[in-house]
Design a protein around this ligand. Structure first.
Ligand SMILES: CC(C)(COP(=O)(O)OP(=O)(O)OC[C@H]1O[C@@H](n2cnc3c(N)ncnc32)[C@H](O)[C@@H]1OP(=O)(O)O)[C@@H](O)C(=O)NCCC(=O)NCCS
Length: 180
């Protein structure tokens, strides 16, 4: 395999698709026997990272988990299946979508229980930011997610700027109060 085959400049969404299945055990649950939210977020982070690894073929760090919907509880003994793929690659960051289903092992009923969007950033072994390949969406769903990912990035950037300004204004106020 030459380097262009192993590390192409453009990748398909299909080449990033990843999946993980877990059985929900007592250690994963709260006192009601439902899956802990933090544990679910850990599974989401892991499955999201798998898609980002497959796209970037380098180390990745989670920069943001910016939208997560917990739609219904997951119970002790359920089988949890998580599926992820890269929605869009920017310069060094990738937005990954993760969808989660729970299966009742007795009835076989499967329900969508959560969805999330995460941003991963590609880095080298020293933590330096790395450029990632382009992502080429092909199907109508992939194209929709690709376009939505840009809107979410713009929204995230506006929100980060707003929070920076609020922090600066608050610091200036504290500073001013100290001087009076
Ligand atoms: C994520 C991180 C590498 C970015 O480093 P940085 O010096 O801010 O890098 P830059 O400003 O050059 O931004 C690099 C990319 O990260 C993206 N980014 C940075 N902070 C982000 C945030 N909070 N949310 C989403 N994207 C973010 C930028 O948009 C940029 O994307 P692009 O190259 O595709 O345009 C750095 O903030 C970091 O290491 N954070 C801690 C990560 C971590 O410990 N995660 C938990 C364990 S994995």
């Amino acid at each position: 395999m030459n380097s262009e085959q192993s590390n192409p400049a453009v990748r398909s969404v299909a080449s990033t698709q990843s999946e993980m299945t877990e059985i929900i055990l007592p250690n994963d649950t709260n006192t009601l026997g439902n899956l802990l939210g933090g544990r679910l977020m850990h599974f989401i982070d892991m499955t999201g990272a798998m898609a980002a690894f497959r796209h970037s073929r380098t180390y990745v760090v989670t920069a943001a988990m910016d939208h997560i919907d917990f739609i219904r509880p997951v119970h002790l003994g359920d089988l949890l299946t998580l599926k992820s793929s890269v929605n869009r690659a920017f310069t060094s960051s990738m937005e990954v979508g993760v969808k989660v289903w729970a299966e009742n092992t007795k009835t076989g009923a499967i329900a969508h229980v959560a969805s999330a969007y995460l941003v991963f950033v590609a880095v080298d072994e020293h933590g330096r930011v790395q450029k990632v390949p382009e992502l080429k969406p092909e199907t109508p769903d992939e194209i929709r997610r690709y376009e939505d990912a840009l809107r979410r990035r713009q929204h995230r950037e506006r929100e980060n700027a707003r929070q920076r300004e609020a922090r600066l204004a608050s610091a200036a106020q504290t500073d001013g109060a100290g001087k009076s």
